[in-house]
Design a protein around this ligand. Structure first.
Ligand code: F6R
Length: 589
């Protein structure tokens, strides 16, 4: 939540413009407002430009300069106004601060600063940081003033400070992500790599309790508690520039949906050693608990079905409901924490609790260098590359495919699992063709004005309906409600009226007839049935045919939901990459 981007030594001497362009790559982290601050050449104070709304194609009139720092905001404290947009300045306009997180004790700090005469112009928690640094820097060096201020803040926070006098950018991390990019004489600070990937893939991910000072001579790393310098050992990522670009697609979401043709089979060539080690433990009797939030929690539930097929009982618990069940976790439990970002607050809380109880943590993650990665005993990095669209697609299918491989490894069928996933990749490539896309676009056109839709599925297709419905809701804002097919006659059927659209997700399996009976019950009440399945049926008014892939058919069924969500969203004028009110990584409780 919230995007941070700063630069030192901008090679074009247009640091504000560079920061603005980088922020556009981070807008998925928050898009309530944006702002840029710069140390302008020949001026005696920091200049700031900030506006509410999405960055879109914004330009800035800020003057030239070598050092700038900017922010995209997902509002927490203080409404969405220009004044509340970051950066925030101290009274003398020599210190600009941006922030990702919540300062839980900001009221107390603000009261003390008001008594000392500081003037506040916003309602944010962030502004207190700028004034507190100003206050402390009266008697201390800027680094110390910032570190000490940071230690006063309660909550999970990352801050970045632009300091006029020292011409530096200084940042501290506790709970919210920060990464440094080491370019050729240019240095970057960001909350995520895509902001500077164009310039460098040599990075350092800050740990909690670390700070960095970026100056024109380089980047220094510090331990915040001791305020001592540490050795900074960078890593080189295998990410390519295209990973952070739309590459000819109109939206990142569409690009990422298509990337699944590669990212799903890619999971068969990574993590084999880790998967086999974990499978051994499960065979030895370790309990399996799967957890995550949103899409990742649906991945957890789907995996529960995959494990059940292999005869293994597991628990799938959404992370935000983990606490009542935490007492069942012990030293012989593997807790699989599933997360694209590795920064989701609810997931991290569940993981910390499980860790306290002695469980082994397995992080099933996509982004690199996250808090979850650091907390984990084993990391299954699913390798889908940067997922820029707020709505999760390729990270989900890579996580699911990785966990499917694990389920097969537990019954010594890993090679078979691998072949099936590779086959899935090939089949999806043929299936995702222009004929299918036209059919989906036509279906989306017919559904464009609907406000309510229902979905049913059974067994593996039940969690598939949850994910399918979430894609529709997030991307098009249409109310799409998923049910287990069996649930229908226990109440839900009252919602069906003449022409109510109802998706029926099915596979060619032993329960297909039961699902079709549920479809018939809906149809008998006037419902309009859209089958998402690898077979024809008289119960379907429309069929979006998916390939018959046995228990992996759900991958294709879910991809239909991703694409329909996309086309419905575009048709209804929503921004499919940045749905309203959402942020890509939810770092608050
Ligand atoms: C849905 C979506 C969210 C995330 C959830 C967890 O498309 O993106 O539901 O899945 O916020 O995020 P991560 O996976 O980063 O922990």
């Amino acid at each position: 939540m919230c995007g941070i981007f700063g630069i030192i030594n901008d090679k074009k001497n247009q640091a504000a413009q560079t920061v603005l362009e980088g922020l556009k790559k981070l807008e998925y982290r928050g898009y309530d407002s944006w702002g840029v601050s710069i140390i302008p050449q020949g001026k005696q104070e920091i200049l700031v430009e900030k506006h509410i709304g999405k960055i879109g194609n914004a330009q800035t009139n800020l003057p030239s300069g070598l050092i700038a720092l900017g922010h995209t905001r997902w509002a927490t404290h203080g409404g969405v106004t220009d004044r509340n947009a970051h950066p925030h300045l101290d009274c003398d306009k020599k210190i600009a601060v941006i922030h990702n997180g919540i300062v839980e004790n900001y009221q107390e700090i603000k009261a003390e600063l008001l008594e000392k005469g500081h003037q506040f112009v916003s309602e944010t928690d962030t502004e207190v940081i700028a004034h507190q640094i100003e206050e402390k820097s009266k008697s201390k060096k800027i680094n110390e003033a910032i570190f000490e201020t940071f230690k006063l803040l309660r909550g999970s926070n990352a801050i970045a400070v632009l300091d006029f006098d020292s011409q530096t950018v200084i940042a501290c991390r506790n709970g919210s992500p920060l990464v440094v990019g080491l370019g050729l004489a240019q240095f970057f600070l960001a909350s995520d790599v895509p902001a500077f990937l164009k310039e460098t893939n040599k990075v350092y991910f800050l740990n909690d309790g670390e700070a960095v000072v970026l100056s024109n001579s380089g980047v220094k790393l510090y331990d915040i508690d001791s305020e001592k310098e540490k050795i900074l050992i960078p890593q080189v990522l295998d990410w390519r520039l295209e990973d952070a670009e739309k590459s000819g697609y109109p939206h990142f979401l569409l690009k990422e949906i298509y990337e699944q043709l590669k990212t799903i089979p890619k999971t068969t060539s990574i993590n084999e050693k880790e998967i086999k080690e974990l499978a051994k433990k499960i065979k030895l009797g370790y309990k399996v608990v799967l957890t995550g939030c949103g899409t990742a929690s649906y991945c957890a539930l789907t995996t529960k079905y995959f494990f059940a097929e292999q005869g293994i009982d597991t628990a799938a618990i959404p992370s935000y409901e983990f606490m009542p069940f935490a007492k069942f976790v012990d030293k012989k439990t593997l807790v699989f924490a599933i997360s694209q970002s590795g920064e989701t607050a609810d997931t991290l809380i569940a993981v910390k609790e499980a860790k306290k109880r002695g469980a082994e943590i397995v992080a099933v993650i996509n982004a690199r260098g996250s808090t979850l990665e650091r907390l984990a005993d084993t990391v299954l990095s699913v390798g889908a590359g940067p997922e820029i669209a707020v709505v999760s697609t390729k990270a989900f299918t890579s996580q699911l495919s990785t966990l499917y491989l694990l389920a097969t490894a537990v019954t010594d069928r890993y090679e078979e699992g691998k072949n099936k996933i590779n086959k899935l990749g090939e089949v999806l490539r043929d299936w995702l063709n222009p004929v299918l896309i036209n059919r989906l676009i036509d279906t989306a056109k017919n559904l464009m004005d609907e406000e309510h839709m229902y979905l049913i599925g059974k067994h593996l297709n039940y969690p598939a309906t949850l994910e399918f419905a979430l894609k529709i809701k997030e991307t098009s804002y249409i109310h799409a409600e998923p049910f287990a097919a069996g649930e229908l006659k226990h109440g839900v059927i009252t919602l069906i009226q003449k022409e109510t659209p109802c998706f029926v997700l099915a596979s060619k399996d032993e329960i297909k007839e039961e699902v079709l009976s549920s479809a018939a019950e809906i149809k008998a009440r006037g419902g309009f049935i859209i089958g998402i399945a690898p077979f024809e049926s008289n119960e379907f008014d429309v069929l979006i045919k998916t390939p018959d892939l046995g228990n992996l058919t759900i991958f294709a069924n879910i991809i239909v939901g991703q694409l329909l969500g996309y086309y419905l969203g575009v048709g209804r004028g929503a921004d499919p990459d940045k749905p309203r009110n959402l942020a890509k990584s939810v770092t608050v409780k």
